[in-house]
Design a protein around this ligand. Structure first.
Ligand SMILES: Cc1cc2nc3c(=O)[nH]c(=O)nc-3n(C[C@H](O)[C@H](O)[C@H](O)COP(=O)(O)OP(=O)(O)OC[C@H]3O[C@@H](n4cnc5c(N)ncnc54)[C@H](O)[C@@H]3O)c2cc1C
Length: 456
């Protein structure tokens, strides 16, 4: 449902002046303590936990489901499921509690769930003679990142920011003799883009204390049903009418007395009057067009750039059972594949269906990514590496924008101090991957720190 700016302003004015009843042409009015924009990992968790804390919430979600980057493909032929978004979660009490309360059983992942990985260069389709090094420097890396604090949970940096976090990650690992961890960090940090060229801060954020600690001694979990979306389906049932799906905020006004969100829903316009706003959508200015951003917010969010991370399930024949293809390059440092490019083609639990992941340092049109995924696979056959045949996409999803970041000068100039200072300003709190990390456990831990202020 499209609304013009004039209609929006008229409705907001009318709703303020008129009795607040949902009648023909008038917006339905919802009053809550907190309005949450975005119902992915952060928004859903926050809504559930704010309810625990006795606060009334309403979630405004643009899509027809909760879950955001958590997506599960259901194969109509076999009934099998493939998580194509969030797959693994750190084995943390916050994760077990959140899944547990909704009766979604978890299983530990033993790591390397069988199968064989072959390394190919998807630019040529040829095999790459490569064996990843054992990450012998991992304990040393872990010890060396500890002093920076939990920057994978809340990007709260010392001021001034240590120069080594501003410098490229390539220098961080070279100066500390940590090269053996790079392929592992790249695999865990899929979606980050140019891992070695980015400021080390971003590598330490994604491949940080939580992730590395679990690799060294903890563990990872996933849903026993191999369907992480169950968490969000059950959370949606729990939240009931407090979730507005297929709904977009058209205009958000924050004043001294409260927050007013005019939304466009399938049932017509809705006006939410709340005490506070929690924004969990990626904080790019264009994503926040409906929000009455002030000059400070506009300037901070206008600094972000983003990449793209793409995922899907393809039908393939001709690959030996259990064989997956990882992208590698013969001539690059650590044999990392140049991006944009495929990360990998991995066999799934459903025979003939393979999970594909593709990354780009800047967003690409979906048509380009789909074409490149197919072309990369077809080059493997053309080069005679494997007689693999591409038989189509079973599903595909572009996750754009992904991994919001700023340049070294902005980091050194106190960007993250200014970003964090926005919490609570204008009756607004902020969460989601850009504020924590692209890691659901870290997002939920970060939210636990924020919730007391939001609920106060
Ligand atoms: C392919 C892929 C694999 C991943 N694998 C893992 C993994 O294995 N483990 C892990 O921990 N993390 C993984 N991640 C990282 C993941 O990003 C985080 O775990 C987490 O899901 C991010 O949560 P979020 O709330 O910030 O974003 P999202 O979950 O994307 O939520 C944002 C929500 O806001 C909605 N939205 C956007 N704009 C609007 C608007 N204007 N109005 C209303 N709603 C809006 C979106 O539809 C979405 O539902 C993966 C990410 C991707 C893309």
């Amino acid at each position: 449902m499209g609304l013009t700016r004039k209609q929006v302003l008229t409705m907001m004015g009318a709703a303020a002046a008129a009795p607040l009843a949902a009648g023909a042409g008038k917006p339905r009015v919802i009053r809550r303590d907190v309005c949450v924009l975005g119902g992915g990992s952060a928004g859903t968790y926050a809504a559930v936990r704010l309810g625990d804390l006795g606060r009334g919430v309403v979630v405004v979600e643009a899509r027809d489901r909760l879950g955001g980057h958590t997506e599960t493909f259901h194969d109509p032929a076999t009934g099998g499921t493939i998580d194509i978004g969030v797959v693994v979660l750190e084995d943390e009490p916050v994760v077990r509690d959140h899944f547990g309360r909704f009766g979604v059983d978890l299983v530990r992942l033993a790591g390397g769930e069988g199968g064989t990985t072959a390394y190919v260069d998807f630019r040529t389709g040829r095999p790459v003679d490569y064996t990843p090094p054992a990450p012998v420097a991992l304990p040393s890396y872990y010890q060396q990142i500890l002093p920076y604090g939990p920057i994978d949970t809340v990007v709260d940096l010392p001021d001034p920011v240590p120069a080594e976090l501003v410098a490229p990650f390539a220098r961080f690992v070279a100066e500390r003799d940590l090269g053996s961890i790079v392929p592992l960090a790249f695999a865990y940090g899929q979606g980050i883009g140019d891992l070695l060229g980015l400021p080390a801060l971003y590598a330490l954020n994604l491949f940080g204390q939580g992730v590395v600690g679990k690799l060294l001694g903890g563990g990872y979990v996933t849903s026993a049903a191999r369907d992480n979306s169950l968490l969000y389906e059950r959370a949606a049932e729990h939240l009931g009418d407090d979730v507005l799906l297929n709904t977009r905020a058209v205009r958000v006004e924050r004043t001294r007395s409260g927050v007013r969100v005019l939304g466009s829903s399938p049932d017509g316009p809705v006006l939410i009057e709340a005490g506070k706003l929690l924004v969990t959508v990626p904080p790019l200015v264009r994503n926040l067009a409906a929000v009455d951003l002030d000059a400070t917010e506009r300037s901070i969010f206008g600094t972000f750039t983003a990449g793209g991370y793409y995922t899907g399930v393809v039908r393939l024949s001709g690959l030996p059972a259990g064989v997956g293809l990882d992208n590698a390059a013969a001539e690059t440092p650590f044999h990392l594949p140049p991006l944009p490019g495929l990360y990998m083609v991995a066999p799934s639990a459903v025979p003939g269906l393979y999970n594909v992941k593709y990354g780009s340092p800047s967003p690409l049109p979906d048509a380009v990514v789909r074409r490149e995924i197919r072309a990369g696979i077809e080059r493997v056959a053309a080069a005679g590496t494997y007689p693999v045949r591409f038989e189509g996409f079973a599903t595909y999803a572009g996750h754009v924008p992904f991994e919001l970041r700023v340049g070294p000068r902005d980091i050194a100039g106190g960007f993250y101090r200014r970003l964090n200072a926005l919490q609570g300003r204008n009756r607004t709190y902020w969460s989601g991957a850009a504020w924590h990390s692209h890691n659901s456990a870290r997002i939920w831990l970060g939210l636990e720190r924020l919730l007391p202020a939001i609920a106060a």
